[in-house]
Design a protein around this ligand. Structure first.
Ligand code: SIN
Length: 525
């Protein structure tokens, strides 16, 4: 089924997609693809908050400098400055929409809302809604989006690929409905807001992470991907082998939480003067090393000294979740372990979210704007979603339509049934390779093995892709596998350790100006 005549097609309804929809809808018609699973995406689970220069005692240069230090020399300074400068206006907009940020009632507060601290930040600059900021922002945005007459929400469709024309212009998306029927939505402009690629790993901080599907959809049209090797592992996911993944916000460390090994000893102060508030790459690596040294499968995060009232006030979600799992965090330290959390790499974009493919935009975690460099600083991600969704809307309001004469590239589709169990096994194998070979520490030998194993998995899947009936599971796995290969290729090409990419075979920074890594799907062929 071909549906022509869409204007702005947005794929993904987390914070980035919802903000873009709202910001552009007064000027252009929007079709928002938002399957129900988007309610469980990364935005919803973002606990900590949004970093912005809000307190009169803070300043733009300080936020820029902290971001660059966390990014270990690889941030694009223009992208950092742009994001930080636009931050306060983006927060004002959320306040105007009614997001219930936590107020600061103290009489000597210099800003009306409570600002917390997280790793890498030299100041209190994180505005939050208790410990469920992403959820609060999402709920407010969803209410406004649902009421806007120019936004059509399609929760019945899941995108499985993009449509390009013979001139290399993006023309919309190819989708499946819940009956497995194919729909082609032709659009003047298409924006991907599909999330990152943490789902390539076995242990993640959220239950339903994306696996880079959107990144690969863009790459299939020839778009450039940047910095894929920088996969962030959040230092503190709840260690709960029987439960579903659950993040223990960095704000717990920001408010004084201390990391202990299983002997009850603090280990961060000896490693870094910033101790528990060092940037995430450093803390996650330290926990990984401590676990190896002591032969344990987790460490502890102790917040008891804050007192029960403060713990319940600041961290009601974490307190309630842990209580539901039989753990009273006011009386016992929290068992934690690092888990895949955020992809710093993605589709290369400019400051308006434009990818290298005409009429294709990318915002949020699917994009690589240059803001995060080699390691994202805490709470800069929701900030990036807001700022780039808004700048993308401004660009889209002014964008000229592509000439409509070019023919569409033909799309293939098989019709043989595909056994979903085979797909689940292959996905599991993919995650095992990624978690074993290209996680917190990656070595040359492990990367070579990963490259071979992923080629083998791709060989197994290719015949199913050629002949099988298209499905969300099949398309997603095909995209995830090739993205995994490109991630390994990016890691192999970086002959240094920097930020989240730590390779003991080349443990130092390379000489000279640090460079982003850039890859294309054509590199695999
Ligand atoms: C957290 O609360 O630690 C997660 C927020 C983020 O990743 O920035």
């Amino acid at each position: 089924m071909i549906h022509g005549n869409h204007d702005v097609l947005i794929i993904g309804g987390g914070v980035a997609g919802l903000v873009l929809a709202l910001e552009i809808a007064d000027r252009r018609r929007v079709t928002l693809l938002r399957p129900a699973s988007d309610d469980q995406g990364a935005s919803r689970w973002a606990q900590g908050g949004i970093a912005a220069v809000l307190s009169p005692g803070d300043d733009v240069d300080a936020h820029v400098a902290d971001t660059q230090v966390a990014g270990d020399g690889l941030c694009d300074e223009a992208a950092v400055r742009f994001t930080v400068e636009q931050g306060p206006a983006a927060i004002e907009r959320l306040l105007a929409l009614g997001v219930p940020f936590t107020p600061d009632p103290s009489p000597d507060a210099d800003y009306p809302y409570h600002l917390t601290r997280e790793g890498g930040h030299g100041a209190r600059r994180i505005i939050h809604a208790a410990d469920a900021t992403g959820l609060a922002v999402m709920e407010t945005l969803k209410t406004h989006v649902a009421q806007h007459p120019a936004i059509e929400i399609r929760d019945d469709l899941t995108a499985i690929g993009l449509i390009g024309d013979v001139d290399g212009v993006c023309r919309g998306a190819r989708c499946l409905d819940s009956q497995g029927r194919l729909h082609e939505l032709l659009a003047r402009d298409t924006a991907l807001a599909t999330g990152g690629a943490s789902g390539l790993y076995r242990h993640t901080t959220s239950p339903l992470p994306a696996s880079g599907e959107g990144m690969l959809m863009g790459a299939e049209l020839g778009a450039e991907l940047m910095n894929l090797e920088f996969q962030q592992f959040h230092p503190t996911c709840l260690y709960d082998p029987e439960g579903s993944p659950f993040l223990i916000s960095e704000a717990v460390r920001g408010e004084g939480g201390q990391l202990l090994n299983l002997h009850g000893e603090r280990f961060m102060p000896a490693l870094d003067p910033r101790a528990e508030l060092a940037p995430r790459d450093i803390v996650a690596r330290a926990i990984d090393a401590e676990m190896q040294r002591t032969g344990s499968d987790h460490v502890l995060l102790d917040i008891r000294h804050l007192g029960e009232a403060a713990i319940r006030h600041h961290f009601p979600t974490i307190h309630a979740h842990c209580a539901g799992r039989g753990l009273d965090i006011t009386r016992e330290p929290i068992p934690v372990v690092p888990a895949a959390h955020y992809s710093c790499g993605g589709l290369t974009t400019d400051l308006a979210g434009a990818t290298t493919v005409p009429h294709l935009y990318a915002i949020g975690e699917v994009a690589c704007t240059g803001l995060h460099g080699a390691n994202r600083m805490a709470s800069n991600s929701l900030l990036e979603c807001l700022v780039f969704a808004r700048s993308c809307a401004t660009a889209l309001a002014e964008a000229a339509a592509a000439p409509s004469s070019a023919a569409l590239r033909p799309l293939g589709a098989g019709s043989e049934p595909v056994d979903e169990r085979v797909l689940a096994e292959l996905r599991d194998a993919l995650r095992r390779v990624m978690s074993a070979r290209i996680a917190i520490v990656r070595r040359d030998a492990g990367l070579s093995i990963a490259a071979e194993q992923l080629v083998e998995l791709q060989r197994e899947l290719a015949p199913l892709v050629a002949t099988g009936t298209p499905s969300v599971a099949l398309a997603g796995l095909w995209q995830a596998l090739r993205l995994a290969r490109l991630t390994v290729a990016s890691a192999r090409s970086r002959r240094e350790s920097r930020g989240l990419h730590y390779n003991p075979d080349c443990p130092d920074h390379a000489q000279g100006t640090p460079r982003p890594s850039r890859v294309y799907l054509a590199d695999l062929e």
